[in-house]
Design a protein around this ligand. Structure first.
Ligand code: SF4
Length: 258
């Protein structure tokens, strides 16, 4: 990916749906999601694993609105976009509720930094996987230890790989129940509810981002790309050369934070 492959004259950047009409059967959809959250809450201790995505903001909003005994944590990988860190603070102030900060183990992070520099993730799949293991997978496993259930914002509409996500399943990998209350929400339903309830979301959704993770591994997308195309966007089989940073759309003056 480089500046030449995204000329300014091609199609416009992705921009999240706004001012969409109420989707059909939305009341039923919302009631089913709240019912799933209530069922998750009976498996105490239960926690929402938030990445501060739009989906996770909806779930955090519902947990606070319904006063459900479900905690929330997020993984601070050390490489999150500044906008995500700012959203984190904004959301905690907005709701008067905290999101537990989960960080990598100090010794593991020190070993990772000693073994590879910050750009090594672009140069080999092994380096990227090690970075994800230390900064995400191991902290997630630690955060879920002792829990009976967890809640995620997975939706079937996000990708073919998630086409059969159920509202509830047994997560054999972590040995606990997993709840996906938004499994059957469309993009339209998601953004309709966010606008309806004035839920804080990342301003990056107005800057070409459709899916937001760590800063080095996320880029904006054009409107006709797959929503996940901006994640780990460089070719996995690329030669051992660092990719040029992707070009980015002009920064919008609009901020969707309440
Ligand atoms: S998403 Fe990228 S920066 Fe974040 S942990 Fe994985 S490889 Fe590292």
């Amino acid at each position: 990916m480089n500046q030449q492959s995204l000329p300014a004259t091609t199609k416009p950047w992705y921009r999240r749906p706004q001012a969409v009409a109420c989707p059909d059967q939305f009341g039923t959809l919302l009631a089913d999601s709240v019912a799933t959250l209530r069922r998750a809450a009976t498996h105490s201790p239960c926690a929402l694993a938030s990445s501060l995505s739009a989906e996770d903001m909806v779930l955090f909003h519902l947990i606070q609105r319904e006063r459900l005994p479900i905690g929330t944590f997020a993984l601070d990988t050390g490489r999150l976009p500044q906008a995500t860190l700012e959203l984190w603070s904004t959301v905690e102030s907005h709701y008067g509720a905290s999101i537990e900060r989960i960080v990598p183990t100090g010794t593991r992070l020190a070993a990772l930094k000693a073994a590879q520099d910050g750009s090594a993730i672009y140069e080999s799949k092994a380096a990227r996987e090690l970075c994800c293991t230390v900064r995400k997978t191991e902290p997630l496993r630690a955060a879920l230890a002792g829990k009976r259930a967890w809640v995620t914002g997975l939706r079937r509409a996000q990708s073919a790989g998630r086409a059969h996500v159920p509202h509830q399943e047994h997560d054999a990998g972590f040995g606990l129940e997993k709840f996906n209350p938004l499994a059957d929400w469309t993009d339209e339903a998601l953004w309709y509810f966010i606008d309806l309830e004035n839920i804080p979301v990342s301003p990056l959704y107005d800057r070409g981002y459709a899916s937001i993770g760590c800063d080095p591994c996320t880029r904006p997308i054009r409107f006709d790309e797959h929503p996940r195309a901006g994640r780990w966007w460089w070719p996995s089989a690329a030669p051992s050369t660092r990719p040029s940073p992707p070009c980015r759309p002009a920064r919008s003056s609009r901020c969707s934070l309440a």
